[in-house]
Write a protein that binds this ligand. Structure first.
Ligand code: NDP
Ligand code: MG
Length: 383
């Protein structure tokens, strides 16, 4: 039977790759809903090509422009990503919005019991407890798209969850691997965006440079696999060929390998539990020659150390950790703060925050909001 798909964030790096995957999968997969924020030109092109039932423009200032661009097309236009899920008969939701902005729609998809292919890690970081609980209640299936978590999920098929000894999340190390604190203090936007192996959206590329991305991924893994933080390790692997590993109690380590191409994890989430031929170029290991591994430097990349602490603390801490980072990365990309300030700001917010355990959705949203305001205050403090 044809699977009907909603792509939340169809104009982004993951969103456009998801459409390429769906193109290659053929008639069994149909695009039923698409959402975008600013890039209404690309969304209009996608509407013409895929003819979804509903198109969502989440930035209200862009709706009129979008309506003009799709003049004559038979498509319902809406303003919230949540509606894309609720008003169409969707089987699979690909969550590919960037940041906390994707939380509301992901929660709606979990409540509606959908298959949820999640690339958008920030909502899992903020509200992992609530999301996984909701999914359990409704039968919604959460499948990872993030390459490390897809790798772990694939490796997990080799044994029972109870037999897992540790999860080893690999990290490329980003553009500043091996650098000293002094060398990266004043890194420019251009340097931070020059990722050695992956081509991604700007926010996650900066997160890779600070290694905040890996810190967020530790928390993401905790919720996706119900694993204690002590059993989640980070290993730097600059070639980005092994996307992560699972060590079982007998000492066997199962690794998932492929080139650095998000189309493979996107496709696996769509076709799971089956595998089909895809568009990702197959590896020739003899051309790669060798794979190397290093311990991450938690003094230079302090975000990792903080990430572990936040993952253990739980409650509203992760919401503050994520929101402070989102706001700081935005300021960095606008040229308002230095590279080194990103993690300083995160620490500043976490130090000031009074953590609430057993947090409700409202508590998490207020903590997110509070942290974003604190980031603004931090700036006023320094100017
Ligand atoms: P991009 O910046 O390339 O795309 C983001 C998408 O979200 C766009 O469609 C954008 O719309 C939309 N968007 C932006 N702001 C909002 C908002 N406020 N409300 C609703 N929609 C919004 O990001 P990526 O594709 O790189 O990343 C998406 C998510 O996937 C992130 O959470 C990231 O961490 C995760 N991820 C990404 C990987 C990658 O390879 N790129 C790998 C693993 C995880 P528009 O363009 O129209 O403004
Ligand atoms: Mg990742």
């Amino acid at each position: 039977m044809t699977k009907r798909i909603a792509i939340l964030g169809s104009t982004g790096s993951i969103g456009t790759n998801a459409l390429r995957v769906i193109d290659a999968l053929g008639d069994d997969y149909e695009v039923a809903a698409l959402t975008a924020h600013n890039n209404v030109k690309l969304l209009a092109e996608q509407v013409r090509k895929y003819k979804p039932k509903i198109a969502v423009v989440t930035n209200p200032e862009k709706i009129e422009e979008f309506k003009k661009l799709i003049d004559g097309q038979r498509v319902a236009v809406s303003a919230t990503a949540k509606q894309a899920i609720q008003e169409t008969d969707i089987d699979i939701v690909i969550a590919a919005i960037v940041g906390a902005a994707g939380l509301e729609a992901i929660l709606a998809a979990a409540k509606a019991g959908k298959i949820l292919a999640i690339a958008n890690k920030e909502p899992l970081v903020i509200a992992g407890a609530l999301l996984t609980k909701t999914a359990k209640e409704t039968g919604a299936k959460i499948l990872p798209v993030d390459s490390e978590h897809s790798a772990v999920f694939q490796a997990m098929q080799a044994g029972d969850a109870k037999e897992v000894n540790r999860i080893i999340l690999t990290a490329s190390g980003g553009p500043f691997r091996g650098a000293t604190k002094e060398q990266i203090k004043n890194a420019t936007i251009e340097q931070a965006l020059a990722h050695p192996t992956w081509n991604m959206g700007k926010k996650i590329t900066v997160d890779s440079a600070t290694m905040m991305n890996k810190a967020l991924e530790i928390i993401e893994a905790k919720w996706l696999f119900g694993m204690p933080v002590e059993k989640i390790e980070v290993l730097v692997h600059p070639e980005s060929i092994i996307h992560s590993m699972v060590e079982f109690v007998d000492g066997s380590i199962i690794a998932q390998m492929s080139g650095p191409d998000m189309c493979l994890p996107i496709q696996y989430a769509l076709t799971f539990p089956h595998r089909v031929k895809g568009i990702t170029k197959h590896l020739r290991l003899e051309e790669i020659g060798k794979l190397t591994f290093e311990r991450p430097d938690m003094e230079v990349f302090k975000s990792l150390k903080i990430g572990y602490a936040v993952a253990k603390t739980g409650g509203t801490a992760a919401a503050v950790f994520n929101a402070a980072n989102e706001a700081a990365v935005k300021e960095f990309l606008e040229g308002k703060i230095k590279f080194v300030n990103i993690v300083e700001i995160i620490e500043y917010c976490l130090d000031k925050h009074k953590i609430k355990t057993d947090a409700t959705l409202n508590d998490l949203l207020s903590a997110d909001n509070w942290a974003r305001n604190e980031v603004k205050k931090w700036q006023n403090r320094t100017t």
